[in-house]
Design a protein around this ligand. Structure first.
Ligand SMILES: Nc1ncnc2c1ncn2[C@@H]1O[C@H](COP(=O)(O)OP(=O)(O)OP(=O)(O)O)[C@@H](O)[C@H]1O
Ligand SMILES: [Mg+2]
Length: 274
């Protein structure tokens, strides 16, 4: 019997944490595990999923569907073994779609897409703008992508709290670009999230890896471009965690005192003048 399809929104508080990279590559990695995967680019104004997926010329996009100009089926493309619903980048179009983008239309599309897939991944815009709220609310699960910095942790915390308020369940946090700039260890992310939100596991630590940007320049997702590089290995493992074929990663259990974490967070916040 086929298990219930799962819809997962991939979000973050601030932009540039790696949502699109994680969404595209996690999608392909789940496809490699034999799952049927569909990715929806719900970043209606700053769409870039099609660039990461190497789809530079897209005739019909999700914006056309939202504007009522095309049927959803015309905006579904197949690439790297999965289905993708891209969003165009013409500013005029995104403005028009946003002005008409009723929650209902996005929800309808999501409900249709989910009927024919095992995993629907939704690349959501950063923050808590309209399109993010709709994406989070329409999905059954959320993954928060954060970088190993205190400011990013605060941003991820905010978006998870926000998701809680609108009744969405966060499966966990993906720590991306870990290593080089490892100001904040994942154990501390887990501990802080756990103390403030209840249990909130770090589902993957994806290392900073120059192959990710190389792959992006080539227009090939990194798990295809270089399947054995450190980032690809971590993303393939995340796919197994998400599909319950692997246990959560072992995060070293260095215990920080909550007071110390709070002090550093406060410093990060005041430095940013929030
Ligand atoms: N693990 C990594 N190692 C090195 N570079 C990375 C890694 N993850 C993402 N990047 C790079 O960081 C940049 C931002 O990534 P991405 O576009 O996926 O972020 P995003 O959260 O979707 O951004 P936005 O909020 O603008 O949509 C890209 O240039 C990408 O190649
Ligand atoms: Mg993005």
């Amino acid at each position: 019997m086929r298990s219930r399809p799962r819809s997962i929104s991939i979000t973050s508080g601030k932009g540039g944490t790696g949502k699109t990279t994680v969404t595209a590559n996690l999608g392909i990695a789940l496809g490699i595990l034999g799952k049927r995967v569909t990715i929806l680019d719900a970043d209606l104004t700053m769409a870039n999923l099609s660039i990461v997926m190497g789809m530079h010329q897209v005739k019909t996009s999700f914006l056309d569907v939202l504007a009522g100009k095309a049927d959803l089926s015309a905006a579904i493309y197949e690439n790297h073994g999965i289905k993708i619903v891209p969003t165009g980048f013409r500013f005029e179009d995104s403005h028009e779609a946003l002005s008409k983008a009723k929650r209902q239309r996005v929800e309808e599309a999501i409900n249709k897409l989910i009927q024919d897939t095992d995993f629907l991944l939704i690349d959501a815009p950063a923050g808590i703008q309209d399109a993010t709220i709709v994406s989070i609310a329409a999905a059954n699960e959320m993954l928060a992508v954060c970088n190993p910095t205190y400011t990013s942790l605060v941003d991820a915390y905010k978006v998870i709290r926000y998701a809680n308020v609108i009744g969405a369940w966060t499966r966990g946090v993906v720590a991306n670009r870990v290593g080089k700039r490892a100001e904040l260890p994942s154990s501390e992310i887990e501990q802080f999230m756990g103390k403030t939100l209840g249990s909130m596991p770090v589902l993957a630590e994806i290392p900073e890896d120059s192959r990710v940007q190389e792959a992006e320049l080539e227009g090939v997702p990194v798990v295809v471009y270089e399947p054995n590089c450190a980032a690809s290995v971590a993303i393939n493992r995340l796919a197994k965690v998400i599909s319950s074929e692997a246990a959560l990663p072992q995060i070293s259990d260095r215990k920080e005192s909550l007071a110390e974490t709070t002090r550093r967070l406060a410093r990060a916040l005041t430095a940013r003048n929030v």
